[in-house]
Ligand binder design. Structure first.
Ligand SMILES: NC(=O)c1ccc[n+]([C@@H]2O[C@H](COP(=O)([O-])OP(=O)(O)OC[C@H]3O[C@@H](n4cnc5c(N)ncnc54)[C@H](OP(=O)(O)O)[C@@H]3O)[C@@H](O)[C@H]2O)c1
Length: 253
């Protein structure tokens, strides 16, 4: 019987591959047989990630995703080098806790640039002729439970994560014609550098309250990576335009 989670022979580009969920996803995808294109700004951390992957013909592509106008050409160049791509995981992201009254336009621009505009630019680049594999492709975007439920201090971040969900639904309808599936995963709190930085802004009591919102406690990057790998695989061939909530029960309340 065919293993529907097998990713052998797939070329998959992972953004945010220098840290947290992106790095763990890259490791898991390599173990499932994929060849990885690892993206992040910090070249030394990309090299560290390659050392954690199952041996293969993986490559690193240091890139600042704020360089939105270059994404189309850059992705095309990658496909020319490695062959057509089968998937993109957009795990690069910025987080911000700030009440509405303190938000600046620069804060909002910075969040939207990496979290949303880069996601849309990557999607546009992926569907170009000569980039996506003719048999079809897959996109997974990292949303968040913040895009589904409200929380104080998170309005700007939440707006970016909600935007990804809305984008995914409409893009799924269009991209089905190109044989591309697109989905979001929406994690609750997962232990990474992002949440370590967030924890430093909260009192121990506030931290406990946040973690306890997930019935099953805090998640690990691997919990999210497993969901991403499933969405990329043939096991999810009938899933598009969806949000896979991976939250230890956060949204069950
Ligand atoms: N951790 C959580 O609890 C949680 C919960 C829900 C959703 N999420 C979402 O999951 C995703 C991954 O989160 P994480 O916790 O793994 O975060 P993380 O450990 O802070 O990693 C963020 C990644 O984004 C990359 N990045 C940031 N700005 C970039 C830019 N301009 N160009 C290229 N890469 C950039 C960073 O790489 P460089 O610094 O090397 O560029 C890093 O690899 C994010 O979208 C986040 O919003 C996380």
């Amino acid at each position: 019987m065919e293993n529907s989670l097998n990713l052998c022979g797939r070329n998959i580009l992972v953004t945010g591959a220098t840290s947290g969920i992106g790095r763990e996803t890259a490791i898991l995808l390599s173990n499932l047989g994929a060849r990885l294109v690892l993206v992040g700004r910090r070249e030394d951390e990309l090299v560290k990630t390659t050392k954690l992957l199952k041996k293969g013909d993986h490559i690193i592509e240091p890139f600042d995703l704020n360089d939105l106008n270059r994404i189309q050409e850059w992705v095309k160049k990658i496909a020319n080098n490695v062959g057509s791509l089968h998937g993109i995981v957009h795990s690069a992201g910025l987080f911000l806790i700030k009440p509405v009254r303190f938000l600046s336009i620069d804060d909002i621009h910075a969040l939207f640039s990496v979290n949303v505009y880069a996601a849309i630019a990557l999607t546009k680049a992926f569907r170009q002729k000569g980039v996506v594999d003719l048999k079809g492709g897959n996109i997974v975007l990292l949303s968040s439970v913040a895009g589904i439920l409200g929380d104080s201090g998170l309005s700007a971040y939440a707006a970016t994560k909600g935007a990804l969900i809305a984008f995914t639904k409409s893009a799924a309808i269009e991209l089905s014609k190109d044989n591309i599936r697109i989905n979001c995963v929406a994690p609750a709190m997962v232990k990474t550098n992002m949440t370590d930085n967030m924890a430093s802004l909260l009192t121990p009591n506030q931290q406990d309250k946040q973690v306890n919102k997930s019935i099953l406690g805090m998640g690990s990057p691997l919990d999210v990576a497993n969901a991403i790998a499933f969405l990329l695989s043939n096991g999810a061939r009938w899933i598009t335009g969806s949000v896979l909530v991976v939250d230890g029960g956060y949204t069950a309340h």
